[in-house]
Design a binder for this molecule. Structure first.
Ligand SMILES: [Zn+2]
Length: 425
């Protein structure tokens, strides 16, 4: 009896397991991202990524070692153009200096744009040679945005190795003017060119795969300058001093109330003025960066800055010893970045989330000021994400990048791009 019962139970158990497995595998192949990854052409691209991380790092070094200060990105752009052309992309350089490689899909009126900025914050004479130390790469710009540019090149190569055809056209662009006073001129020009054909924009910036930037922080950059006649420190003592007036204004502004919500910040980043220690300066300037999650808060900050500087000038003038001299105050806009937010439930975020789920990657939603600000402000779906690996020391001479795990970032970009672009049979 015992024996027979076991005999009866066993086939039934096996049956259950088989039914369960069959149900599970049906569910697995029903999952669009799993289905996509299992497509032989897509699998070829993913395998290429796994086997060629070193090649991608070599491209990163090559591009990072070409200086690309803001407004002088041409040489680095030319190198990127050559790389994209060698993979069969049709490459265009627009009037702003953006390098855009197109991979046409069957629908030429639907475009997915991936953009990595070419420019760095470093002047042309900065030593940008890449040094290897303990498996890490060190050089100004290696991470921001060497990591993004390398990811763009890796994605281009994985797409061409996969030989996959897509419905939407994929445009991979190295864009100019993202940093500082570039005022996002590159992405503005790309968005203008592709206009209503854009269905999604992905800014690839830095290495991190732990975030998806879905909100663009608004910012304004302003140069404040104060000019006077200047004079001798001894014989003209008592004349209003532009440096002192500027300092008074800075102190006044720094005392204003800054809300935590909406998060709002300010920074006096560069101050200049004067010629010698024993001269009253004729001019002093300061560059200010104002940021907020809300445009209205930025308006309040800007008018507070104007009032504080006017008060600084007034205070300095009345403190000077009655000499009939006035100071001149000027404000110059160095750039504005509009705010924008990607709505909840957007297909773009869903595509990244699906890729993350498939790859076992965890990421959080974030706010920042990036190239994505421009499309977001025009209600074009846009995010900023990183290209893979790890990095740090952005905007400093000790910037570093560790390529370990860059495959994850590349696969994330590859799967996201293909699921947005739609694969053709
Ligand atoms: Zn950057």
């Amino acid at each position: 009896m015992k024996f027979r019962r076991t005999n009866l139970v066993k086939p039934r158990a096996i049956c259950c397991i088989l039914i369960f497995m069959a149900a599970f595998s049906v569910r697995a192949t029903d999952d669009p991202i799993t289905k996509l990854a299992q497509d032989t052409r897509c699998a070829r691209g993913l395998e290429w990524i796994d086997a060629n991380s070193r090649w991608v790092t070599d491209q990163q070094i090559l591009l990072t070692e070409i200086p690309a200060p803001i407004f002088d990105e041409g040489k680095r752009g030319d190198a990127l153009k050559g790389i994209l052309q060698s993979m069969g992309f049709k490459v265009r350089v627009d009037k702003a200096g953006n390098v855009a490689g197109e991979r046409p899909g069957s629908e030429e009126n639907s475009v997915i744009l991936l953009a990595a900025h070419l420019d760095t914050v470093f002047p042309a004479d900065t030593d940008v040679r890449v040094k290897r130390r303990d498996g890490k790469l060190e050089a100004p710009g290696i991470s921001d945005n060497g990591a993004g540019l390398a990811a763009l090149v890796g994605l281009a190569r994985a797409l061409s190795e996969s030989r996959i055809r897509t419905s939407k056209t994929i445009v991979l662009a190295g864009d100019v003017g993202e940093e500082g006073e570039g005022n996002l001129r590159g992405i503005r020009s790309l968005v203008e060119t592709y206009g209503s054909r854009l269905t999604a924009v992905i800014a690839v910036d830095g290495p991190s795969t732990e975030h998806i930037t879905i909100q663009g922080i608004a910012s304004r950059r302003i140069e404040v300058s104060i000019t006077g006649l200047g004079g001798h420190s001894w014989s003209d003592f008592g004349m209003p001093n532009p440096i002192t007036a500027l300092s008074r204004g800075i102190v006044q502004f720094s005392a204003i109330r800054i809300p935590e919500d909406p998060r709002t910040t300010f920074n006096f980043g560069v101050i200049e003025g004067g010629n010698s220690v024993n001269s009253i300066p004729a001019k002093a300037t300061v560059k200010v960066d104002l940021r907020s999650e809300q445009e209205s808060e930025l308006n309040r900050m800007e008018s507070a800055l104007r009032s504080a500087m006017q008060a600084g000038v007034k205070e300095e003038s009345s403190a000077s010893s009655g000499r009939n001299q006035s100071l001149k105050l000027d404000f110059l806009s160095l750039g504005t970045r509009p705010a924008g937010t990607l709505p909840d439930g957007s297909a773009l975020v869903q595509a990244i989330r699906d890729a993350d789920r498939y790859l076992g990657n965890r990421s959080r939603l974030e706010r920042s000021s990036t190239d994505a600000n421009i499309p977001l402000s025009l209600n074009i779906p846009a995010v900023a994400i990183g290209g893979g690996g790890r990095g740090g020391g952005s905007h400093t001479l000790s910037e570093w990048y560790d390529p370990t795990g860059r495959e994850l970032g590349l696969k994330r970009l590859f799967l996201t791009t293909l699921s947005l672009a739609g694969v053709q049979r």
